[in-house]
Design a protein around this ligand. Structure first.
Ligand code: PMP
Length: 311
């Protein structure tokens, strides 16, 4: 099924949505992107876009810092996205990629101010990113997460992801599934595209906003579900690498990764090396919510009924 993009202010076939080689963002990473899941519900024949508006609010925060002025509000961007998904006709899980970027075809200039901006969004069919059933093998990365004084890790700035790409590549080449990065102070930060939680004595612990983490929407979702639905205590606090080794359970959260168990870190088993029982219960609850199967959390799900592509 051919894809659909919203590009340069209009809907078009994905294959026609192109940029030139002099585009500023291609050279300098001057973009803000998002990743949004659309979860297919076969019973209702509906795709539920998860926490759509919050993703665009985060994107617009990034745009403010990167001086990318878009002529759209988060609400308008959400509407454009719903229409784009509707036009794709996809009846399966999808991943939506919005990109706000310095679109001017001009190199050898590093002042963002005068450069033109554009916004593009498209969707691709997308299943699991990390294995959701088996606990993942992770390593501590030799790369450190950036800090707010270098490139703000709290924003999804295109160029920032060189940090994640280096860490992920190193981990996979060494035979691991995912890397955990420490921050400049040597404290636990996050995965390459996921936030991290550990469970100790039935309490969930996760690094604070000041520990060089992206304020993940899945992280926030899991905190809400753990507190409100399971009555668990969740504490945001600075964590050390050795606290990870000694945790009862560890899991990662992210739009792509959903909620994925960590079985080992640096070849040291976490718990017994399998998915822990609290992680499994949280994962079950999370999937009901994101697929639109929990009436209490429907305000997080934007329904889209796909129709046959007409562009
Ligand atoms: N950290 C990083 C570095 C990420 O790229 C992501 C994915 N957006 C996350 C955490 C998780 O954020 P979210 O749950 O909002 O997808």
């Amino acid at each position: 099924m051919p894809g659909v993009a919203f590009h340069k202010g209009e809907f078009m076939p994905l294959e026609q949505a192109k940029v030139g080689i002099m585009t500023h963002a291609l050279h300098y990473g001057t973009s803000i992107f998002e990743g949004i899941r659309g979860n297919w519900n076969d019973k209702t024949k509906t795709i539920y876009l998860f926490r759509l508006q919050e993703h665009y609010e985060r994107m617009l925060n990034g745009c403010k810092v990167m001086r990318i002025n878009l002529p759209y509000t988060a609400e308008q961007l959400s509407k454009i996205t719903s229409e784009m998904v509707e036009r794709t006709g996809y009846q399966q899980d999808i991943y939506v990629r919005p990109l706000a970027y310095k679109s001017e075809e001009r190199v050898a200039t590093l002042n963002l101010g005068p450069l033109e901006n554009d916004f593009t969004v498209f969707a691709i069919p997308f299943g699991a990113y990390l294995d959701l059933e088996s606990a993942q093998k992770c390593c501590t990365s030799s790369w450190r997460r950036t800090q707010d004084t270098t490139i703000p890790p709290s924003l999804k700035i295109g160029g920032l992801y060189v940090n994640s790409v280096l860490a992920k590549t190193e981990a996979v080449n060494a035979g691991f599934d995912e890397a955990i990065l420490l921050n400049d102070r040597g404290h636990v930060s996050e995965g390459t595209g996921e936030n991290i939680f550990l469970i100790r004595d039935k309490v969930l612990l996760t690094p604070t906003a000041a520990d060089s983490v992206l304020p993940g929407i899945t992280r926030n979702t899991v905190i809400e579900l753990a507190r409100n639905e399971m009555g668990l205590e969740v504490i945001e606090q600075t964590l050390t690498r050795s606290e990870l080794y000694l945790a009862d359970e560890i899991f990662l959260t992210g739009t792509a990764a959903h909620l994925t168990a960590v079985g080992s870190l640096d070849n040291i088993n976490i718990g017994d090396g399998n998915m822990g029982s609290i992680t499994r219960r949280l994962q079950d609850m999370y999937f009901k919510v994101v697929r639109g199967n929990n009436p209490k959390y429907m305000s997080w799900c934007t329904p889209v009924t796909p129709k046959l592509a007409e562009i």
